[in-house]
Design a protein around this ligand. Structure first.
Ligand code: PLP
Ligand code: COI
Length: 359
């Protein structure tokens, strides 16, 4: 790894003040990692360098045809002051899968992990220490061949940036959701399983519609039958059926159109560890509405790297509005959130070997 240090890196007091502000994506650490790929030479040597703007030809492929992928993972401060990443290998694998779907080069897992480690070694001081806060790491890759022909790019640029992240949503408040029946996020054979910018670009008009309805987030339903609940704009969904020790924690099945969330996958294990039954199911909008009305569905929450676990309260759609429980964060939701955060912050045993300490 080539290393070029930032001569204008923030001093510790300035950095700590920025980290203390919380928020999401407001400030970026002093460095970034870049690595170029070409069809001819493969991956070059990665470089850690000062964070800053990049210069690209206006005819660069990514600006025109959106050939881009990204990832999101977090580094957590541990009780002994060290830093540990949550399941970075899973992000590396999903990044490679997204690359394959977008006709971008698959970055070897070791190279991906090497870049994350290098940034953390340099900018580890930016990792917050409060529970629920972390350093959010954003690897991404863009197509950099210059030219307007529509073809897979023969050049790509991988970059890695990081931002201190507080809560994406306030976990003490339930998120309200708008179930979109007008727009569709992903169809089978499309890019729903990949983490590509295009999925998010196409979702924004629905996000706008949600805001107009007074809702925080969009819930997507399937493209074919237009009835199966899939996921949210940037998070997977969970439903709690029943209560206390008899509760079953269910999540929509991965059908090929949802993003296979790493938090979603982890919660299947955490919920089992806590003694709950878990199920991956096909759940329709009618099941949601009827389950809430009958009281069978007692809690709903969203989960993802940025959001961790966020309670979902009111659901609004063209078919009406219904509220889960008393509209407040559920007991099991908060129990799962706290259990996951305890593993991530190193205050509970890492029985699944998810944490990777930065050495
Ligand atoms: N679904 C979408 C569309 C997302 O953008 C995300 C965020 O990464 C998730 C689900 C949750 O995935 P993960 O838990 O891997 O962050
Ligand atoms: C993440 O949780 O990593 C995401 O990519 C979601 C995004 C809405 C920030």
């Amino acid at each position: 790894m080539k290393i070029t240090l930032n001569p204008h890196a923030k001093d510790a007091a300035t950095r700590d003040a920025l980290v203390a502000e919380g928020g999401f994506g407001k400030y970026y650490t002093d460095h970034m990692v870049v690595c170029e790929w070409s069809e001819k030479d493969g991956w070059g040597e990665p470089e850690l360098k000062p964070y800053g703007p990049i210069s690209l030809d206006p005819a660069t492929a990514v600006f025109h045809y959106g050939q881009e992928i990204f990832e999101g993972l977090k580094a957590y401060r541990q009780p002994d002051g060290s830093i540990a990443l949550f399941r970075p290998d899973a992000n590396a694998k999903r990044f490679a899968k997204s690359a394959a779907r977008l006709a971008l080069p698959e970055m070897p897992e070791v190279l991906f992990l090497e870049t994350v480690d290098a940034l953390l070694k340099q900018d580890g001081g930016w990792v917050p220490s409060k529970i629920g806060e972390a350093l959010y790491i954003r690897p991404f890759m863009i197509a950099t061949e210059v030219g307007l022909g529509v073809r897979p790019s023969n050049k790509a640029l991988y970059m890695l940036i990081a931002t201190p992240a507080g809560a994406y949503f306030d976990p003490s408040k339930a998120v309200s959701v708008w179930i979109s029946t007008e727009y569709v996020r992903a169809a089978l054979g499309g890019t729903g399983e990949a983490k590509c910018g295009g999925n998010y670009a196409a979702s924004l008009v629905a996000q706008k519609a949600a805001a107009k309805e007074g809702c925080d987030q969009v819930v997507w339903i399937d493209a074919k039958e237009r009835k199966w609940v899939e996921e949210m704009g940037g998070m997977n969904l969970y439903f709690v059926k029943g209560s206390r020790a008899d509760a079953t924690v269910v999540t929509p099945k991965l059908t090929g159109t949802l993003l296979p969330g790493i938090t979603r996958d982890s919660i299947l294990s955490v919920a089992k560890d806590l003694g709950y039954k878990t199920e991956e199911v096909m759940l329709s909008i009618d099941d949601w509405r009827d389950g809430v009305k009958s009281g069978e569905i007692t809690e709903i929450f969203a989960c993802g790297t940025a959001a961790v676990v966020s309670p979902v309260g009111q659901a609004k759609s063209a078919m009406g509005t219904w509220v889960t429980g008393d509209g407040q964060p559920g007991v099991i939701t908060m129990q799962i959130r706290n259990a996951l955060l305890a593993i991530q912050h190193g205050t509970a045993p890492d029985s699944h070997n998810w944490m990777s300490v930065v050495k």
